[in-house]
Design a protein around this ligand. Structure first.
Ligand code: ASP
Length: 361
């Protein structure tokens, strides 16, 4: 890799995923390969006018094997190398990329440099791979500066094909297409074409000069419960009483509605009174929870359920793990779930800005 110290610099962190996989000739399955394999297949990296160093997970993993312990490892790598690089590119399998990007958006408080996640649907060695373009574009974005010399995108993002998305707003929406990710409730931070168009007003503005404050604790006593017509009392009540469980991300209908059955509302109320944090997010792909809109939502509010606004599942789960990891009591967790820590939810006060941002698409 280039070693010109005056050039912009990027640290490439290779965790695994399809981008670096190779087909096992005997089984036909895709298996992880090393970082050298990547660079061999993308000689263009040498032409980029920046210093690229790399670190790789050993062994590289399929992102289905990602864990909070590995999120912490990633946060530690970024923290340890923070002053040496202009930006960071994390190569990661797409399957759980949105979880890791969300977790890091909370773990890296006061982040003032780009952390760009990318990967691919086809391995680098394959002729039609999307990995090459994704990697090169991610490096360009990670080292891009505004005219005043500050980074163009000082946040945790996901770059896939031609879209730069806020990491904690993103969901994997397609298992096959190159455009695998969607951010249903927040507009793109940049569009990639002949030029990379950054939408500066959509990008997080942090208070300047604050040191990066990493967080290394996640509490996994969290579960996702998706409601559906016919869901059984026995199963719901068992889940709500699970020993040690601290929080539930409840995926409800429409704007945050749930059955009005007496047993359901009672079980929810008893759980929240015991200190369980229940976050209401919608099963719809886009839009926000508003529990005051229908009686079926209002009863949840009265039973102590907390709105998750327009959060993705990935952001709600990782934020709960992060907040409980800090040892906050349930009341404080509920209060912070209703605040935007890293741009992960749209509060009513943010709406005018978001609508305006959507207009300059
Ligand atoms: N199964 C792979 C992973 O998430 C898929 C990918 O890399 O996109 O690690």
């Amino acid at each position: 890799m280039t070693t010109d110290l005056a050039s912009p610099s990027v640290l490439l962190i290779y965790t695994g995923g399809t981008i670096g996989m190779i087909r096992n000739p005997e089984t036909g399955a895709l298996e992880s390969f090393t970082f050298e394999h990547l660079t061999r297949h993308i000689p263009e990296l040498k032409q980029m006018r920046c210093r690229i160093d790399s670190i790789q997970f050993n062994p590289p993993i399929d992102s289905s094997d990602m864990t909070p312990a590995l999120w912490v490892k990633l946060a530690q790598i970024i923290y340890d190398n923070y002053n040496q690089y202009d930006g960071f590119v994390v190569l990661h399998g797409s399957d759980t990329m949105a979880y890791t990007a969300s977790a890091l958006s909370f773990a890296l408080e006061n982040l003032a440099k780009p952390v760009i996640f990318t990967g691919s649907q086809l391995p680098i060695g394959v002729l039609r791979t999307d990995g090459k373009e994704n990697l090169i574009t991610a490096i360009e974005i990670a080292t891009s500066k505004r005219p005043d010399g500050t980074p163009s995108v000082p946040e945790v993002c996901i770059l896939f094909q031609n879209q730069l998305l806020r990491g904690n707003r993103t969901t994997k929406a397609n298992a096959e297409k190159f455009n695998a990710f969607k951010s249903h409730n927040y507009p793109n931070l940049a569009d990639v074409g002949v030029y990379i168009n950054y939408y500066t007003r959509r990008i997080l503005h942090r208070q300047a000069g604050l040191p990066l404050k990493p967080h290394f604790l996640f509490d996994t006593n969290v579960i996702v419960l998706t409601l559906f017509p016919g869901i059984q009392e026995r199963i719901v009540t068992e889940v709500l009483k699970t020993e040690g469980l601290k929080a539930i991300v409840m995926k409800t209908f429409g704007t945050g509605n749930a059955p009005q059955r007496e047993w359901f509302v009672r079980a929810v109320r008893e759980a929240t009174q015991r200190g369980m944090v229940i976050i209401n997010i919608t099963q719809c792909l886009s839009g926000s929870v508003d529990m005051k809109r229908y009686e079926n939502g209002r009863q949840l509010l009265e039973a102590g359920v907390t709105s998750g606004y327009d959060s993705t599942v990935e952001a709600a789960v990782t934020k709960l793990m992060f907040l409980f990891g800090h040892g906050y009591p349930p009341e404080e967790v509920r209060r912070l779930m209703n605040q935007s820590l890293a741009g992960e939810i749209t509060l009513e006060s943010d709406l005018p800005l978001q609508q305006e941002a959507t207009l300059d698409l």
